[in-house]
Design a protein around this ligand. Structure first.
Ligand code: ATP
Length: 458
């Protein structure tokens, strides 16, 4: 299937079945903002829960926080975001389209000129036609700050003070370092995790939920000693990030690593690697891992006057910890789960569309059907089965249409198990359970259903 077709099919399925749709549609839509519908929000929640369990609850060396979206503006001055969280922007004077200048220069010439505005302008004028209208008539290339500004009435009188919607979640972790340390008594090395919304006024958002202006991140700041063997920890984190992507369904050969060349690293970073995934539109960043040295704690110590240090009782040393930061985009994780799951197959001469999510990720775990809607005795037993299972798993009850149609609907939302209550159930309390992927149907006692599903999900 052609890549663009595949993407269009995934987008269309997402809208048709209530995973993701363009938001504010009744007002004509609103600049790349998306709504997660009933199945999309379950899918998102499952991914967040898996992440939190894997990286917080199942470990004793990582704790979680949930910081505010609007933080003190001085944080963003200290971190350099107000002055340098910029992308290069250029307009086509002919068709008025707006682009990220570095991206279109790289696409057309293969040259990566990030940060070099004058060289970008020169190459644009010499070699690059507008990807939209094909003409070549460019504006100047300008830096565009991606932070969303808002204002806050801080005093109760109406004096407007500028504040920002956070462009990444990490900031709150750094400025809370001392409180976290005091309240948890964690010993280095330890990590602090957070899941939450971040906002970036991207010059060009797009590719569905790949690049949004409002998105969610799952980040961990690992605080380490300055002189420790960070290289092996770095490698371990890359493996954990790849492992997490594979738990969402990604195939290993669709993942690759991209190490940022030395000359392109941020001035404070010792090493940065992106985990890329092959989306239908090509290999692009999914997750990132960076060694941020002591940059963050150091600048916040300097600018706030609060010492953000660690005292190592074993060595009697006091120091500013260094940081390894694995960062995971939640919306990109969802896109990976959808793309990895999407399948079209022929079954008995008919085509079926199926989302083969790993059971842990699937928004609905089991659907319960009475064989016939007009037989109250079947409907009532099926409702009992549903009531019994819904306390343990997200389940659906469906008595609409013939069984084949109900299966197709559940296949399209990726439900791993479909349970049918038929006339034999009334005799011997057994039900059929159909496996979404193998299509195999077995009969089991309705009392065994919970254990059976639990075992398959685990
Ligand atoms: P890109 O190069 O794609 O712009 P980035 O390097 O700026 O990404 P980071 O600042 O490292 O991204 O952000 C951490 C993670 O947050 C990314 O790996 C990605 O999964 C996610 N992310 C970043 N920007 C967006 C966005 N605009 N929409 C959705 N997810 C995003």
């Amino acid at each position: 299937m052609a890549a663009q077709d595949r993407m269009e099919k995934i987008v269309s399925l997402c809208k048709r079945r209530g995973f993701v749709n363009s938001a504010s549609e009744i007002y004509g839509g609103f600049a790349n903002s998306y709504n997660y519908g009933p199945y999309g929000s379950e899918l998102k929640k499952n991914i967040k829960d898996l992440w939190w369990k894997k990286f917080v609850n199942n470990r004793s060396d990582i704790v979680g926080i949930d910081g505010p979206i609007i933080l003190h503006p001085k944080l963003w001055e200290a971190s350099g975001h107000t002055t340098s969280f910029n992308d290069a922007m250029v307009d086509c004077k002919e068709c008025k389209s707006r682009f990220r200048a570095d991206n279109i220069v790289e696409d057309a010439t293969g040259q990566d000129l990030e940060g070099k505005l004058e060289q970008m302008k020169q190459l644009l004028d010499e070699k690059v036609n507008c990807p939209n209208c094909g003409k070549r008539n460019w504006s100047d290339v300008k830096n565009f700050n991606m932070m969303f500004k808002t204002s806050m009435n801080t005093t109760g009188v109406c004096d407007e003070a500028v504040a920002y919607l956070r462009p990444e979640t990490a900031g709150a972790i750094f400025i809370e370092f001392k409180n976290i340390l005091d309240s948890t008594r964690q010993k280095i090395p330890f990590g602090v995790a957070q899941i939450g919304k971040a906002f970036r006024n991207e010059i060009v958002a797009g590719n569905f939920i790949f690049r949004l202006r409002e998105f969610e991140q799952m980040e961990i700041e690992n605080f380490i000693a300055p002189d420790c063997d960070w290289q092996s920890m770095f490698e371990d984190w890359l493996v954990l990030q790849e492992e997490f992507a594979m738990e969402l369904g990604a195939k290993k050969d669709k993942l690759r690593r991209y190490e940022h060349p030395k000359e392109k690293l941020s001035h404070y970073s010792k090493k940065t690697v992106d985990i890329e995934y092959e989306y239908p539109f090509g290999f692009k960043e999914l997750y990132g891992l960076a060694h941020r040295s002591d940059f963050d704690l150091k600048v916040h110590s300097e600018k706030s006057g609060e010492k953000l240090e660690y005292f190592d009782e074993a060595t009697n040393q006091r120091y500013i910890p260094h940081v390894l930061e694995p960062t995971f985009g939640l919306d990109r994780s969802i896109l990976v789960a959808l793309d990895s799951a999407y399948c079209e197959e022929e079954v008995n001469g008919e085509q079926r569309v199926v989302l083969k999510f790993p059971p842990k990720v699937a928004p609905v775990k089991a659907a319960i059907f009475p064989l016939l809607k007009n037989k109250p005795e079947l409907v009532s037993v099926a409702k009992q089965v549903f009531d019994n299972l819904k306390t343990s798993f997200v389940c659906e009850f469906d008595d609409n249409g013939n069984i084949g149609k109900r299966y197709r609907r559940q296949d399209e939302i990726g439900t791993p198990f479909c349970i049918t209550v038929d006339f034999d159930t009334l005799e011997n309390d057994t039900v059929t359970i159909r496996d979404r992927d193998s299509l195999e149907q077995i009969r089991i006692s309705s009392k065994e259903l919970k254990d059976y599903i639990n075992q398959k999900i685990a």
